[in-house]
Design a protein around this ligand. Structure first.
Ligand SMILES: [Fe+2]
Length: 344
C-alpha cells in the first residue's frame, strides 16, 4: 500500500472513531433514567412531551419505592438512575438520609413553594395530595365529622376505615400530627382511632372508600386523587359509587389539612444530571402541572395552574403549611407511636 493510501486509511479510521465518539457522547447526553414508584398514564404522556421538546429520551424503571431505593444503594457509583420519583415525602427523605440524592439548584424549581421542597435542593414536590376524610352523602346530609381528632372520639366506635399504619401516607399523617399536637396527644389519638376501626386495616385508600360506601363504616381516610380516579373510572358502577362521596377537609379552623407530595430528587451518581434537572423543571412547569391536575386529580405545586373541574368543585381549603422535611424527620417515631398504640 502506498504511503498516501495508508494515510488516507488512517485518517478514515480516525474520522470514523471520532464519529463513534461523538455518537456515544450524544447518546449519553440525550437520555434520562427515572426510577419511579408512580404508575400513571399521565406521567408517560409527560415524558413523551418532554422527549418531543428536547430530544432527550426518558427511560422509566417502575417499582416499589423501597425496592428502588435499595437498588440505587446496591448499584452504588455504577447506578444509571438519574431521578428517583416517589409518591410521598417519606421515601424521598429516607433516600436523602442514605446519601442517595444530591442537591441541585434551579431557578425554575425555586417556583415550588419552600415547604414542598428540601431547602438545599435534595428533593422537590411535583404534585400535592391532601389526606382527607370521606362520607356517604346518601346517608348524611351534613358531614358527620370535621377534624382529624373526631375519628378518635367514642361515638365513632366501629365506624372508621383506614389502611394500615405501616403505609407511608399514614406515617406521614402521624408525623404531621406529632408536629402540631406533640407525641402524647398523637399517641392518644392513635389509640382512640385504633379502638374505632370498623375492621382490621386491609387494602389501599380506594378499598377504604369502597367499604365505606358499602356501609362497613361511616368515614374513610384517603388521599384526594383516589376519589378523582374513582369518579373518572372506566367502570360505570365505580363512577356511580364515587358520586355519593362527600369530601371533608379536616382541621380548617386549625392548622389545616395534612398535605403530602409526590416528588423527585436527583440521584447521587446520576450520569445525566443536566438532562435530569431539565426533566424536573419540565415536570414543575405550568404545562406539566396542568396534566397532573387534569388527568391524575393531583393538586399542582405551582401557583396559577388551573385545577381540574372536580378539584375546583371541592373549593379552596386551608392546607397545613408545615415544612414537609419535618414529616421525614418524625417518620420513624411516628411508626413507633402507631405500633405502641395498636394501629396495625
Ligand atoms: Fe397512592
Amino acid at each position: 500500500m502506498g504511503i498516501a493510501k495508508r494515510l488516507c486509511r488512517i485518517a478514515g479510521v480516525m474520522v470514523m472513531s471520532f464519529g463513534v465518539f461523538l455518537a456515544s457522547a450524544f447518546a449519553q447526553e440525550k437520555q434520562v433514567m427515572v426510577y419511579s414508584h408512580r404508575h400513571y398514564e399521565a406521567d408517560q404522556k409527560l415524558y413523551d412531551r418532554f422527549t418531543a421538546k428536547t430530544g432527550i429520551k426518558v427511560t422509566v424503571l417502575k417499582g416499589d419505592a423501597d425496592q428502588l431505593i435499595q437498588r440505587i444503594k446496591a448499584e452504588g457509583s455504577a447506578s444509571r438512575a438519574d431521578i428517583l420519583m416517589t409518591a410521598d415525602i417519606g421515601r424521598l427523605w429516607y433516600a436523602q438520609s442514605l446519601g442517595l440524592l444530591q442537591a441541585v439548584s434551579s431557578k425554575a424549581l425555586d417556583a415550588i413553594p419552600a415547604q414542598l421542597r428540601e431547602p438545599r435542593g435534595y428533593w422537590f414536590g411535583l404534585t400535592k395530595r391532601a389526606r382527607v376524610m370521606v362520607y356517604d352523602t346518601s346517608r348524611f346530609s351534613q358531614p358527620p365529622l370535621v377534624n382529624y381528632e373526631d375519628v378518635a372520639r367514642p361515638e365513632f366506635a366501629g365506624k372508621v376505615l383506614v389502611r394500615s399504619s405501616g403505609n407511608v401516607y399514614n406515617i406521614s399523617l402521624i408525623a404531621g400530627l406529632m408536629e402540631r399536637w406533640g407525641e402524647k396527644k398523637t399517641g392518644e389519638w392513635i389509640k382512640g382511632l385504633s379502638a374505632n376501626l370498623a375492621r382490621t386495616p386491609k387494602g389501599g385508600d380506594r378499598d377504604q372508600i369502597k367499604a365505606m360506601v358499602a356501609g362497613e363504616g361511616t368515614v374513610a381516610i384517603t388521599n384526594t386523587y383516589y376519589i378523582i380516579q374513582m369518579l373518572q373510572s372506566q367502570d360505570a358502577a365505580e363512577r356511580e359509587l364515587a358520586k355519593r362521596i362527600g369530601v371533608i377537609f379536616p382541621d380548617q379552623q386549625g392548622k389545616g389539612t395534612h398535605i403530602n407530595i409526590s416528588g423527585a430528587g436527583i440521584c447521587v451518581s446520576s450520569p445525566n444530571r443536566t438532562q435530569a434537572i431539565l426533566l424536573l423543571e419540565f415536570l414543575a412547569s405550568r404545562e406539566a402541572q396542568e396534566v397532573f391536575a387534569a388527568e391524575n386529580g393531583e393538586y399542582p405545586v405551582i401557583r396559577g395552574v388551573e385545577l381540574s373541574p372536580i378539584l375546583a368543585s371541592w373549593g379552596i381549603f386551608k392546607e397545613d403549611a408545615l415544612s414537609l422535611d419535618r414529616l421525614g424527620v418524625n417518620s420513624a417515631r411516628a411508626l413507633e407511636l402507631a405500633d405502641a398504640n395498636g394501629w396495625k
